[in-house]
Design a protein around this ligand. Structure first.
Ligand SMILES: Nc1ncnc2c1ncn2[C@@H]1O[C@H](COP(=O)(O)OP(=O)(O)O)[C@@H](O)[C@H]1O
Ligand SMILES: [Mg+2]
Length: 328
């Protein structure tokens, strides 16, 4: 039997109701370290609600959600804050602070959550922006960059604290096909490079098939199918003349995967609730530790900073740290 370390996320028998409506009705889902799990399903089927449970902004009525082996609902606020440092969230349009440059948007997270000195933070910001191919845009403000660049900047920010898991809710929503394909490539690239697990909610099938290791298909608050990407491909490409071999569920999934207008799904469409600016119900104050927005660099803590530099570049001396130590 696998132990806790085999999964970064474990969702067990999750039930969530809003009033009379049972939105999640016994969800079981586990995510392994480093894998990309795509969550699919029609509008209003509970994808975002499921994601909100994974980041601890909603708690189940029944069942459990564990991150890194710990039950989220049992955590104190402090423990939850610590756990939140281990995952990143890509908000729609990046949810950037408009008054801060791209670089400062990323640096802010590091200032709020670490004791790294200013020079190290600047260096880290460069690394994160490089990862998303945005180094040149560091000094630009959100209003001056394109939608795709905002997503990248949001991603750089989500990556600031070297998360073990990245959550995305509809990462290509509102982007043109070329830009959204570029975001897909970036997700794949980062997953490979950094070994982060990704949980991606999307109803864009091209994206889903491009990035998924495994997929989960939700319908009516339940997991209809959970399998390797390959198994979903087989279903998507299932020939017309052999449809009688598929049960009702498989027919439904096939229709969804193909984006067919006619079929069992059509009768069930519920209509999407308006997309809140804050996708996951976490406001920015949560992401920045609840403190005010300020760009003032923090006073460095030499010991920690040196340790950090050693971990990053073992065996090298660190001029950045030395300059930091001159300050009180
Ligand atoms: N905070 C809430 N209060 C009441 N109903 C909600 C709330 N959040 C979501 N819902 C309802 O739960 C259902 C699933 O919503 P959601 O998870 O956003 O769907 P999806 O992301 O799959 O489109 C919808 O019917 C929605 O109206
Ligand atoms: Mg949603």
């Amino acid at each position: 039997m696998p132990n806790d370390q085999d999964y970064v996320i474990e969702i067990e028998d999750l039930v969530k109701r809003f009033g009379d409506q049972t939105v999640l009705d016994g969800i079981n889902l586990k995510v392994k370290p480093g894998e990309t799990m795509v969550i699919m399903g029609g509008s209003g089927c509970g994808k975002s609600t499921l994601l909100r449970h994974m980041v601890g902004s909603l708690h189940p009525d029944e069942g459990r959600v564990k991150l890194f082996g710990e039950v989220l609902a049992d955590m104190t606020d402090e423990q939850l804050d610590e756990t939140r440092k281990k995952f990143g969230i890509l908000f729609q349009s990046g949810a950037l602070f408009q008054s801060l440059s791209v670089g400062d948007n990323v640096g802010l997270i590091l200032e709020e959550h670490t004791d790294l000195d200013a020079a190290i933070i600047d260096f880290m910001v460069k690394i994160k922006l490089e990862l998303v191919d945005l180094r040149e845009a560091s000094h630009k403000f959100p209003a001056q960059i394109s939608g795709g660049m905002k997503k990248r900047a949001g991603l750089a920010r989500a990556l600031a604290l070297d998360p073990k898991i990245l959550f995305y809710d509809e990462p290509s929503a509102g982007l043109d096909p070329v830009t959204s394909a570029a975001i897909d490539r970036l997700i794949i690239d980062l997953t490979n490079k950094l070994g982060v697990a990704s949980v991606v909610v999307t109803h864009e099938m091209d994206s889903a098939f491009a990035i998924a290791d495994r997929m989960a298909m939700l319908n009516k608050g339940r997991v209809l199918m959970l399998d390797e990407c390959k198994a979903f491909e087989v279903l998507r490409d299932w020939p017309e003349d052999r449809l009688d071999e598929l049960d009702e569920n498989r027919l439904l999934i096939r229709q969804f995967l193909r984006g067919d207008a006619e079929g069992p799904l059509t009768e069930e469409a519920t209509g999407e609730s308006s997309y809140a600016a804050d996708l996951l119900g976490i406001d920015n104050s949560k992401l920045t530790g609840g403190r005010s927005i300020q760009t003032t660099r923090r006073v460095p803590v030499p010991g920690r900073t040196r340790g950090f530099f050693k971990r990053l570049f073992p065996g090298k001396t660190n001029d950045l740290t030395k300059s930091g130590q001159n300050k009180p």
